[in-house]
Each structure stands twice: as C-alpha cells, then as structure tokens.
Unconditional design. Structure first.
Lengths: 161, 161
C-alpha cells in the first residue's frame, strides 16, 4: 500500500491536507517523539500535559491535554496500528495498547501520511469513523478547526527542528 | 516484540495453547490462505461459507460460517493488525478494513503466535477483551470448546499440507 492509497470515504472520513515546507523526516520526528509532540499537539491555549508513544504496532499512543484552567483531559490510551518510517503513522482510539478493544465516546482511527513533495511534504491526516453519525459528531466538535490548528502548530514546530 | 511477549491478563484474556507436531510455516499457511481457512476454521458440524483475507495491516479478515441447516452467520469484516510471517498474526473484530472502527456485539482482538518447538510449533491463540464482562461473555459462549475444536481441526488440516 502506498502512503496515500487509503480509500477515502467522504461520508465517513474527515481529512486535513497541507503542503508543508519541511521534509517528511522532520514531520515524522515531530509526530513520533513524545517530547516533540508535547510542544505542538494540542491547539492553544490548551497544552499537552503528557504524551506516551511506543512506536510499534500494538504500542501505546496516549496524549493528555490540559486546559488553561489546569484541568487535565485524559481521553485514555490509544493504540499504534502501523509504523512506516517517514511515510505513514496510523493509530486508533478504538483499541488500547496490545490491541485491546476499549469503550470510546468517539471511536476513530487516524492515518497520517507524509509524501515527499519537492523539498517539502504533502501531508494528509485522515480520521476514519464507523458511521456517518460519528463522523458528523467529530465534525461538529470542531475537527477542521482543531486539527487545522494542530497542523499549523506542527508546521511551526517542525520548521525549527 | 517477540512472538510471545504479549502481556496476558487472565481477568481480560482467553487463551488456547497447544504443542503442534507441524512446523510453524505450515500452521501459518493454514491460517493465512483463504482456501485453507475454509477447510478448518469453523467447528463442525458448522462450515465456513466464505473467507476473505488481505494479509497486510489494515487488510480485511472476514469469515462467514454456515449452520448445518444452511443458515449463514456473517459477523462482519474484521481487520488484520499485524503480519509477522510464520510467527504472529493479529486481527480484530473491533475494526473493519482500513482500520475503520465498527460496532461489534463482542469486540475482541485475536493474537495468534507460532514458535518453533523441535520439529513442531508451540501454538498460542489469545483473545483480548476490553472488560471482564466481555471476556466472561466470550467464555460463556463456549470459547474453550469452540476455539479448542478449531485448533483440533487446524492441526488435522495442517498435517496434510
């Protein structure tokens, strides 16, 4: 499977696409190094309180956000699904570490792809849902704004790597 | 991760372990080739009506059983999680193809490991659940009998490969 041939279903999936002026290996580093993720992941003025990544299929993917008032928002541990260095990272909120199914209010899987594009990266983040109702709920909760702001922060951070 | 270092939680997981007098690559072939799976997967007198396997992370894993009365039992498509040739196959009922979360009555992930043991295989099939209630339900639905019979049929089939 090439990094971009994931079949996109507009009735079930949400996507952020961006041409980024940073090469794929730096975008990859920003996404897969917990100390880096803590610097950019959470849209301001929220912050990332904790990040744990065990970068292998079945490994943990966990981010805890913190509100400006200091409240921590722990959405539980997700699971790394696929690791294709510098090209594709997939993880899901529907499984925990060790591929253990979890109850989730908003189960989705995230497929992050990074394709070389000139000196930069064609970046794509897809959120995959099981039903249109869940996709709609994610959209109404501010997917485009939230993941858009995340991506802005990712680019700004990765430029400094 | 070695094939057997999956952390087993007896309060959440169910397991079948067996020393098999067939080498790992034949057990692997029996588990990963749809035409083979159709010969052994479903405990008799039920049969396997259909089997579809796309052997890559994110690929489909789907088996349709058929009762002696001819009723087809389609539990929906699962998703391949990990493919380590001749050693470990993981799939889940909690995601569909492309890692799309699905509603499942009995969400679990299956981790099948095959370790060389003399001329044969130390075989382990673990069903991983999110809660004790789901583990108990799987157990009460006949996990040991069902997966035990599957494993007997798997061994009998693999010996003829």
């Amino acid at each position: 499977m090439s990094p971009t041939d994931h079949p996109f279903d507009p009735s079930l999936d949400l996507v952020i696409e961006r041409e980024i002026d940073v090469p794929p290996h730096l975008v990859w580093a920003a996404w897969t190094t917990p100390e880096h993720v803590k610097q950019w992941f959470t849209p301001k003025p929220f912050e990332t309180a904790e990040c744990e990544i065990d970068l292998r299929p079945g490994g943990i993917f966990r981010v805890v956000m913190r509100s400006p008032e200091g409240e921590e928002l722990d959405q539980g541990a997700g699971c790394i699904l696929e690791v294709v260095e510098h090209r594709r990272l997939a993880w899901t909120a529907a499984l925990g570490p060790g591929w253990r199914p979890v109850e989730s209010d908003l189960p989705f899987s995230a497929i992050i792809t990074m394709e070389p594009s000139g000196a930069g990266t064609r970046y794509r983040a897809v959120a995959v849902h099981g039903t249109k109702a869940l996709k709609d709920r994610h959209e109404e909760a501010g997917f485009q704004e939230g993941w858009g702001a995340m991506t802005d922060q990712l680019v700004e951070f990765a430029r400094r790597l």
